[in-house]
Design a protein around this ligand. Structure first.
Ligand SMILES: Cc1cc2nc3c(=O)[nH]c(=O)nc-3n(C[C@H](O)[C@H](O)[C@H](O)COP(=O)(O)OP(=O)(O)OC[C@H]3O[C@@H](n4cnc5c(N)ncnc54)[C@H](O)[C@@H]3O)c2cc1C
Length: 619
């Protein structure tokens, strides 16, 4: 089945699956970072971007939503409402904040309450700050970049960016595109692991990731069988029409119904160790391994061995990976909060937002027309005659609180709505449950210097079948007063990405669910150990001491990461369109936003849905 619903474009490297690949050496260190105790959100020292340890869906953030969604607890509305608003927004991610911003433009006097279950705003667009030897390093904990803004952003999204004074073309000029390859002369590499490939081995690939030009030099060095090397070389440098003899129609049916994994195994005859090497090339990009990638999707993505099959490629415009704030799309949510609650966020330009001070004690004060309440989970939303009533629980709180409002915009995870909006029609509840999100972990490791990487001559790695499948020195952006490291001796953040989707499962949804269950069994020390053991292997290879260089670690665990996106092997365009049309329907005075209702894991969809819901609610 064709996948016309779009594709993931924002990740630049191939990557990984979690699962329990036990590749690593002895447990050499104590877990670094105990999660800092949370202060009340009203305290002036409350500053969640500086918290290390387990971030993303941090400890305590999902207790109440899981009680409703997993344990069937039904919450009832308290009798007395404590507050009354014109609008309540559930979810302080890009979508909820955009919705609040648009609604307040349309109704400048409106009183708005935004609630979010996390200790920080931004949803997936979170940031982490490390202070290393006196220097503050900002990095992204989730949503990274504006992906293909020229070709995929709607006019409404462009208009919102202009209202935020965000000039993305200018943003692109701050990105140090030539830093690693040209100025520092660093390359990409593959790190093979002992558990799958018999030894830990680093193979330098070249300036670009593995391709037809550099394959002949790199592949012979791989620790895999001679037969696998031969077939891989052919796939990269002289692919054939492996479907020769089939009619065009037969080829197209085959390509839409067969996984790339099965094609490589059964049609091409790639041996197991060659398959292991390729198994994760789709993970970062699509959120699942090559077992859930159709041959058609492989053609579309330009994967090795499919260019001569005579299958049509959908042309798409590639845009460079340059629209990146040092803290990723967190800066966009900070810009939104600055517009909504100006007193809480200092500064006035897109250049100063990265180093702007956010005073969290001013987010939820009675003087504000717009209030942002963190650590607060919405657990029941009912329609009333002329508005809505919403019950929420605040972390550490003992009892439910009730607020009323004329309208509600729900911009949280769609799968919880059947449990907290009982009046939602059954067919809409079923559609809301279809958005099974992809589990992802981003580990952020602060280093006092990057000498180990310079000694090895590398800045980015692909790690097939490892716990984390992509590792790279952080994306380099110099904006405002913020400066990224530009030599080996300066502190820097190492970014590691793990797509925690399981390989096992009959459908993509099952793979995501199985992966999430596995991820939920991992303790924080285990996650930290898995990340640092891989870094240690590299440091040992470089003859550098990790313990002396390590300055801090934050692990952003996103049990519910990317929104579900149409998967060609299992979903048709018609199913995707029908589900999303149902999901967008308002339930009385409750309007639906969030990237989930678009089945699209992108900032632009989150914003589009937020703006649409705001217009609906404001009408
Ligand atoms: C690791 C990662 C990397 C990504 N990288 C990119 C990228 O580079 N570019 C890109 O375009 N997109 C990226 N994305 C996709 C990302 O989802 C979108 O960019 C965007 O941030 C989604 O915004 P949202 O507001 O729809 O949802 P979210 O960001 O998930 O925000 C929803 C918020 O609502 C809260 N919530 C849910 N239910 C409740 C409730 N009952 N009560 C209170 N609060 C609730 C959630 O916990 C969350 O904080 C990435 C996602 C992840 C996970």
């Amino acid at each position: 089945m064709a996948n016309t619903f779009s594709r993931r474009r924002f990740l630049t490297t191939a990557a990984a699956l979690a699962g329990g690949a036990a590749l690593l050496t002895a447990y050499k260190y104590k877990p670094l970072s105990a999660v800092t105790a949370i202060e009340p959100a009203t305290g002036s020292r409350y500053y969640p971007p500086a918290l290390l340890g387990l971030r993303g869906n941090h400890e305590g953030s999902e207790i109440f939503s899981h009680a409703a969604a997993l344990h069937g607890k039904t919450f009832t509305l308290p009798e007395k409402a404590e507050e009354d608003y014109d609008l309540v927004v559930v979810g302080a991610g890009a979508s909820g904040l955009s919705a609040a911003f648009r609604f307040s433009k349309l109704h400048p006097e409106a009183k708005i309450l935004i609630v979010d279950n996390h200790d920080d705003f931004g949803g997936h667009a979170k940031r982490t700050e490390f202070v290393v030897d006196g220097k503050t390093l900002c990095t992204f904990g989730g949503s990274e970049c504006l992906d293909a803004p020229q070709s995929t952003f709607s006019e409404e999204v462009h208009a919102l960016l202009r209202e935020l004074d965000l000039d993305y073309i200018k943003l692109g000029t701050y990105f140090q595109e030539d830093l690693y390859q040209e100025r520092l002369n660093l390359q990409t590499a593959v790190l093979f692991n002992r558990a799958t490939f018999g030894k830990d081995e680093l193979v330098i690939v070249g300036k670009e990731h593995l391709n037809a030009e550099n394959a002949a030099e790199a592949i012979p060095k791989f620790p895999i069988s001679e037969e696998a090397k031969k077939v891989l070389l052919e796939l990269y440098t002289r692919p054939r029409d492996y479907l020769k003899g089939k009619t065009q129609e037969q080829k197209q049916i085959f390509a839409s119904q067969t996984s790339y994994h099965d094609f490589l195994k059964d049609v091409v005859g790639l041996p197991e160790d060659g398959l292991a090497f390729l198994s994760d090339i789709s993970s970062d990009y699509w959120g699942h391994s090559i077992r859930a990638i159709s041959v058609s999707a492989a053609v579309e993505s330009g994967y090795p061995g499919v260019s001569e099959l005579g299958l049509e490629e959908e042309p798409f415009e590639e845009e460079p990976y340059i629209y990146h704030f040092p803290d990723g799309n967190s800066s966009i949510t900070r810009l939104l909060v600055r517009k909504l609650i100006p007193a809480a966020v200092s500064g006035s330009t897109m250049e100063d937002i990265v180093t702007a001070k956010v005073d969290y004690s001013l987010l939820d004060t009675p003087e504000n027309r717009v209030r942002l309440r963190l650590n607060t989970t919405a657990l029941r939303i009912d329609n009333e005659t002329d508005g809505i009533a919403l019950a929420y629980m605040t972390r550490g709180g003992k009892e439910l609180k009730k607020v009323t409002a004329r309208k509600c915009i729900f911009a949280g995870h769609s799968t919880i709505t059947p449990h907290i909006i009982p009046s939602m029609p059954e067919e809409q509840k079923a559609a809301m449950k279809s958005n099974v999100k992809i589990p992802i972990v981003y580990a952020k490791v602060a280093l006092r210097n990057s000498r180990a990487f310079h000694k090895l001559g590398i800045y980015r790695l692909y790690l097939p079948t490892s716990a984390y499948s992509v590792m790279q020195l952080d994306e380099p952006s110099n904006i405002g007063d913020y400066r990224h490291a530009d030599n080996a001796d300066q502190p820097i953040v190492l970014h590691m990405s793990r797509i925690a989707t399981a390989r096992e499962g009959d459908t993509a949804r099952e793979m995501y669910r199985n992966g999430r269950s596995l991820l939920n069994t991992r303790s924080y020390p285990e996650l930290e150990k898995e990340a640092l053991d891989i870094v240690r292997i590299l440091f040992d290879m470089a003859g550098e001491n990790l313990d002396d260089t390590l300055a801090g670690i934050a692990i952003h665990r996103w049990a519910h990461g990317y929104s579900y996106e149409q998967v060609g092997l299992w979903d048709s365009d018609e199913e995707a369109e029908a589900a999303t049309a149902l999901m967008r329907r308002p339930v009385g005075n409750i309007h639906m936003a969030g990237s989930d209702v678009a089945w699209m894991p992108y900032l632009q969809n989150a914003i589009d849905e937020g703006l649409r819901a705001a217009h609906e609610a404001a009408a």
